[in-house]
Write a protein that binds this ligand. Structure first.
Ligand code: ZN
Length: 317
């Protein structure tokens, strides 16, 4: 820091003056010296503030290329990362523009040998990104476009990608759908599915996609009366043959498809399988309700009792 040297210079100047005696220093010189010192301290303060700012705001030092190796997070399209907070037994999102890559390569060969269970969990996570972003309070025309296209690709390809490891077209479509889901997150935001899923990952170490899959249809069922128009719009894109059906029927179709995908891809649907006990319910309700970053995006407000009811649906006695 340039001004630090200036301070040191003045300190040395002062030391010498004291050592040599002040008899030859005029009042005017002393005033001038004190003004200079004051200015130098001000510069130093500014330098420290600037240095602190540089320390806390990450800057991209090199160009980045991201190549997803699952068909789920969409993180190659976002500025988000998720970190575990062991002390809170939960997970939180951190957001920084420096995490947006310069280049993305979507190569189906990267997921050709991925275990079926991971295709399922990450694929349903990507589907949740699309459906949640489309039904989010923060949805925009741009996020809607990517959310709709992503949902269509995943609804149409996840079963094939799960059942046939060599169906490279289905796997390419899954990667693209997951990427679109990531773009949708950047423009919009996920909602209560992801919010209530975080404590399940943080405390019980349930994989992110699995905890979302467990909650997905139940949260959409809860949201249905506030989001049915939007769910019906998704149905028009995913299954145009149902265009003449009512809004209620179309919304229900999307929820049933979500339930069916979780079932046919053999994702567990009960938290008991992960060691969650009925006495953990209060912890879950409390931790879930604290995920306000995402809960505020949900079209329908969730009371503590609503959150409890949703967890109870996946915590069978
Ligand atoms: Zn997710």
């Amino acid at each position: 820091m340039e001004n630090t040297r200036e301070i040191l210079y003045f300190q040395e100047f002062e030391r010498r003056r004291i050592a040599e005696g002040l008899h030859d220093t005029t009042a005017q010189e002393l005033i001038h010296l004190s003004q200079q010192l004051e200015l130098a301290f001000l510069y130093l303060e500014q330098d420290i503030v600037q240095a602190k700012l540089e320390m806390i705001s990450a800057k991209k030092q090199i160009k980045t290329i991201m190549i997803p190796t699952t068909c789920g997070t969409g993180s190659e399209a976002t500025c988000n990362a998720i970190v575990a907070i062991p002390e809170e037994q939960s997970k939180k999102g951190i957001v920084n523009d420096a995490m947006i890559p310069d280049y993305v390569v979507l190569d189906a060969q990267m997921i050709q040998k991925l275990p079926k269970s991971i295709i399922a969990a990450t694929g349903v996570d990507a589907l949740a990104h699309c459906v949640e972003c489309f039904t989010s309070k923060k949805a925009t025309p741009l996020s809607d476009f990517y959310a709709m296209q992503g949902a269509k690709l995943i609804f149409k390809n996840i079963r094939e990608a799960y059942n046939n490891a060599d169906d490279m077209e289905a796997k390419s479509n899954m990667l693209l759908g997951a990427f679109y889901g990531g773009v949708a997150i950047t423009g919009s935001g996920t909602t209560a599915v992801h919010a209530l899923s975080y404590p399940l990952g943080g405390k019980y170490h349930i994989a992110h996609g699995v905890s979302n899959a467990i909650l997905f249809a139940h949260v959409m069922e809860f949201n249905k009366d506030a989001c049915k128009q939007r769910l019906a719009m998704l149905c028009d894109v995913v299954e145009p043959t149902l265009i003449a059906k009512s809004v209620d029927e179309k919304a229900q179709y999307i929820i049933e498809q979500i339930t069916d995908i979780v079932k046919v891809t053999n994702i567990p649907t009960d938290l008991k399988e992960f060691g969650v006990k009925m006495e953990d319910l209060d912890f879950l309700v409390d931790a879930g309700s604290k995920q306000t970053r995402l809960l505020v995006n949900n079209m329908k407000e969730l009371s503590l009792n609503d959150i409890r009811e949703i967890y109870l649906k996946v915590l069978k006695p």
